[in-house]
Every structure is written in C-alpha cells, then in structure tokens.
Design a protein around this ligand. Structure first.
Ligand SMILES: [Zn+2]
Length: 134
C-alpha cells in the first residue's frame, strides 16, 4: 500500500492508526483538516481511532515532515499533506474554509523587498483573511 511506503520513507513504523489517518488526509475533499475534522471523518467511516491518538499521530507526522501544521488566527490548527509545492493561503473568516493560491507577482515582490533590505528571502508565510462578498 502507498501509505505504508510513505510511512516507512518518513522513518515511522507502520501502525493501523497511522495508516488510517494518512489515508484520510489523502482522500478527503478538504486539503486542510483540523485534528477534530480528521477524527470526525474517521468516525463517520466507521474507524475506531480516538481523538488523542489523532492528535499524537498528526504531531508525529509533522515531526517526520509528512504534514505541515498551520496555526491560522481564530481557529484550530489545521494540517495538510506536505506533498505539494509552495503556496499561500486565504482563510474565510466566516466559515473557516481555507483556499490555496500562488501569485507570481507577490512571490517576486517579496524577494525584491528582502533584497532591498540586504537580505536573501529564505521562506515566507502569507495568510489573507477574507470574507466572501455578498
Ligand atoms: Zn495549503
């Protein structure tokens, strides 16, 4: 199974909760899930994995570089698989929905700003808090 290989590559032992949680992150429509979201989805799928286990496994995944944790304002931490390239996020302040985007002008501008201060840009984190127009 793909998940087993992913776990081994990340240096984690293959256990049932780890496989189930990785499968859930892989197959869910939502790319950004809180521990509670993962827990609820597992329950709905009839999987018996406790919330404490979900928290523990997600933290292990984060440590192993399998997932990235985001602490957006005004919500729970959300996790996403670290299998995509760089992108930034928008968070809907009413629904908590997370939207990914990449804007090449913004990427370039950030390099230019760092450069004009005598720095090389090594990383950045950009979150837009948005409200859907009515
Ligand atoms: Zn994302």
């Amino acid at each position: 199974m793909v998940e087993n290989n992913e776990l081994r590559k990340a240096g984690l032992k293959v256990t049932l909760p780890r496989v189930k949680i990785l499968q859930m992150l892989d197959s869910a429509d939502q790319r950004h899930m809180s521990a509670e979201d993962v827990y609820k989805s597992l329950m709905e799928a009839g999987e018996d994995v406790g919330l404490a286990t979900v928290y523990r496994v997600l933290t292990q995944f984060e440590g192993a570089g399998l997932v990235v944790r985001h602490n957006f304002d005004g919500g729970h931490a959300v996790f996403e698989l670290a299998d995509t390239g760089h992108h930034d996020h928008m968070v809907d302040v009413d629904t908590g929905e997370v939207v990914e985007f990449v804007d090449h002008d913004i990427e370039k501008l950030q390099h230019r700003i760092a450069d004009s201060h005598g720095y090389d840009l090594v990383d950045h984190n950009l979150v837009l808090y948005v409200r859907r127009r009515k």
